[in-house]
Design a protein around this ligand. Sequence first.
Ligand SMILES: NC(=O)c1ccc[n+]([C@@H]2O[C@H](COP(=O)([O-])OP(=O)(O)OC[C@H]3O[C@@H](n4cnc5c(N)ncnc54)[C@H](OP(=O)(O)O)[C@@H]3O)[C@@H](O)[C@H]2O)c1
Length: 267
Amino acid sequence: MNHKAGSKGTAVVTGASSGIGMVYAQRLAKQGYDLLLVARRLGRLAERARQLSSRYRISANYLSADLTRTSDLERVMKVLAEDSTITALINNAGVATLSGFNDAELSKHQTMNALNVEALVRLSYAILPVFKRKNHGTLVNISSVLSLHAYPISSVYSGTKAYVSNFTRGLQEEVAGTNVRVQLVLPGATDTEIWDIAGVPASHLPVGTVMTAEDVVDAALSGLEQGETITMPSVEDVGLLQAYEAAREKLFRASQSARPASRYRIS
Ligand SMILES: NC(=O)c1ccc[n+]([C@@H]2O[C@H](COP(=O)([O-])OP(=O)(O)OC[C@H]3O[C@@H](n4cnc5c(N)ncnc54)[C@H](OP(=O)(O)O)[C@@H]3O)[C@@H](O)[C@H]2O)c1
């Protein structure tokens, strides 16, 4: 992009045409970031960019891309690698198909893998060297509480989000001790279009379990500000998350043995 970035630089938001991504774009514009909005629906992106740039006096550009298509993905990767104004990437674009594993077309599962996993990995691959070189930058990967759990109708979606969570944990280990921030966000059920697309309207979910996209993003940005590496906007007791992470690490450490566990030894 040929613009002079504001002091915060440019935030790239994928999936900025609706839901959580659209709120990220607005909140980051309010914070003074210039924007590059990415999604497929060009009309929505153009309108959003126009509104945000005039309201917040920032520069807002947009790029229509289907991130499940290699050529489009490579176009976005090239921008990430070459636009030196970029200081933040919100890897948010995602899709869900909620149904029994064999009840959905295989192509639906492939699309989830392509967007939720492959695109997120490739965009991270493009931006991290830039952030590392500058020792500055923020990568936010949007996972889900379903990375911790799987329902009979969410095996592939939960699988993609478990990938995002573990992938992001690894990146966090890699940049530890630098000024590059990598935040993992695990929203719970959020009132966005994803539910209609998934085949389960959000209005069918239990009352009191669905958060607004505004609350999710505000909590995630607050978590980022507080230096959190993992943010779960809907979990009141942060001790539960800490205990979960501690148990996960303890179990992993306990697995580092050459000897089969005694219950498997033939006496
Ligand atoms: N809503 C929830 O309950 C919930 C809970 C946990 C995590 N999340 C995660 O939050 C993220 C945002 O979801 P949301 O709830 O805000 O859903 P959403 O309103 O449906 O937004 C999804 C965004 O992704 C974009 N997108 C979809 N397919 C794309 C493709 N092939 N290429 C490029 N962009 C594409 C959509 O734009 P276009 O259609 O214009 O391309 C849209 O902007 C996702 O990663 C989702 O898994 C959501």
